[in-house]
Structures are given as C-alpha cells and as structure tokens.
Design a protein around this ligand. Structure first.
Ligand code: ZN
Length: 247
C-alpha cells in the first residue's frame, strides 16, 4: 500500500516536472534549437522641470549605424493585440498606433507581410504560438521589452512578443503633419507609438544602440517622455533593415 502510494506520487512528480520544463524552457521545436532574445528599451533620466513644462531636448544627428540580432522574420507575420491591457490614455487609438508602427517598418522589409489577427488576453511574453503586443508589468527601469524566439540554424523568427510597461505613464500624439524630429508634446508621459516602433525594430531583427551619436535613431536604446522622434526611421535604421531584407 505504502509502495503503491509513493509510486503514484513519484509519477505525479515526474509529470509535473515535465510540464514545468515544457512550459518554462521553450528551447526546441521539432528538434530545431531555438534561442530566446530579450531586449528592453530603458527610460532616460527625467529632464528638469521648469515652469511646469518639461524641456524637450531635440537634436537631429545623422548616423548610419545599426546592429543586427541575427534573426529574420518569415514572409508572413500574424500578430495579436491586447486592447484591454492598454492604458486608457492610448486605448481608443491602439489600432491606429499599431498600424502606424508596422507601416513604418513595412517599407523596409521586402517580402514580409504583417497580418492583424484576433485579440489576445495575454499580458506576458511566453512561447505559445502567438505573436503579441500587450501592456503588462515590467521592471521600473523598462519602457518596453521584446522577446524573440528564433532558429539558431537559420535565424528565422518563430515567435516574437512585445510587452509595454503598464507601470509607466503613456500617451499618444498623432504624428501626421508634424515634423516629429523637433516636435514635443507637453504631456508628461511616454508616447506609445514612439516606443512601439522601436520595439518592432527588434521584430525586424535590429539591436539596440547606445552611443550618444546614435540618439536620434529609432533603434537608440533609451526613450524620453515627450519624445516622438522614433516615429520616423532614420538612415541607420533603414540601412539596418535593408541589410536583413535586401531589395
Ligand atoms: Zn530596444
């Protein structure tokens, strides 16, 4: 009796451990080794506040620099949004924000089609067959994070998830008709499109850059409140995408 009982617990333990491993370590898919790459965009230190306005530092430095992760999107990239996770300040414009963000990269990624799918309720990155864009809790030192699972043999992306940090303040300024490189809204918040376009650069296969000479590139790894300049791709961003998806 004792023997049978402990054996049953033993098997239960084995099954639980297997399930845990299967869920926690998404390293293989049909024998193909996958690599997960986690990239985070960090907030810049707040500018000093004077006269209740945040001074907006804008520059227009030219840089041809780019970094690549070693991953490349397949020809068809379905994605799912979690609108209910988005803060109320951007929620009603989320579809426009996301469409604008994919459009920015679409012209640089020959042969890749981004396909909107049904909504998701997920708020965390996990290897589950869905490419998601959602708001969820990340550490205070993060604005957004993108997680990429790709085949080490070919670099082909198998899944990619972007989580925007729900602990940060968010807003959205429609960049249409603005020269965003020297326009700053007065809201004391991060612009959702500005940061999402950076995160989608990771979907495309580009890495973060941190040199001050690269601060006006979309792939610069820090973001500012009021910042809109990542809305437009600059020379280095386009050269980087072009190196992965040649015309
Ligand atoms: Zn980044």
């Amino acid at each position: 009796m004792t023997y049978r009982l402990s054996l049953r617990y033993f098997f239960a333990l084995i099954i639980a451990l297997s399930l845990l491993l299967w869920a926690a370590i998404p390293t293989s898919e049909g024998g193909i080794v996958l690599k997960v790459h986690e990239l985070k965009v960090k907030p810049k230190k707040n500018h000093r506040i004077t006269r209740n306005l945040i001074p907006c530092n804008v520059t227009d430095k030219i840089s041809n620099n780019f970094g690549t992760i070693g991953s490349k999107l397949p020809s068809s990239v379905p994605y799912r949004l979690n609108p209910s996770s988005a803060p109320s300040s951007v929620n009603s414009n989320l579809t426009t924000i996301v469409n604008n963000s994919f459009s920015a990269w679409d012209v640089t990624t020959d042969g890749v089609t981004f396909i909107p799918g049904s909504n998701t309720s997920k708020t965390r990155a996990s290897f589950d067959g869905q490419n998601i864009i959602a708001w969820g809790r990340l550490s205070r030192s993060t604005l957004g994070a993108t997680y990429i699972w790709y085949k080490t043999s070919t670099g082909e992306v198998v899944e990619v998830d972007t989580i925007m940090n729900s602990r940060q303040p968010w807003s959205w300024t429609d960049p249409t008709g603005l020269y965003v490189n020297d326009y700053c809204p007065l809201t004391n918040a991060y612009d959702a499109q500005n940061i999402l376009i950076h995160e989608l650069g990771h979907w495309v296969g580009l890495d973060d850059l941190y040199n001050s000479s690269e601060e006006d590139l979309t792939m610069y790894g820090f973001g500012d409140k009021q910042e809109l300049k990542k809305d437009t791709l600059e020379t280095g961003d386009k050269l980087g995408a072009g190196s992965i998806y040649p015309h």
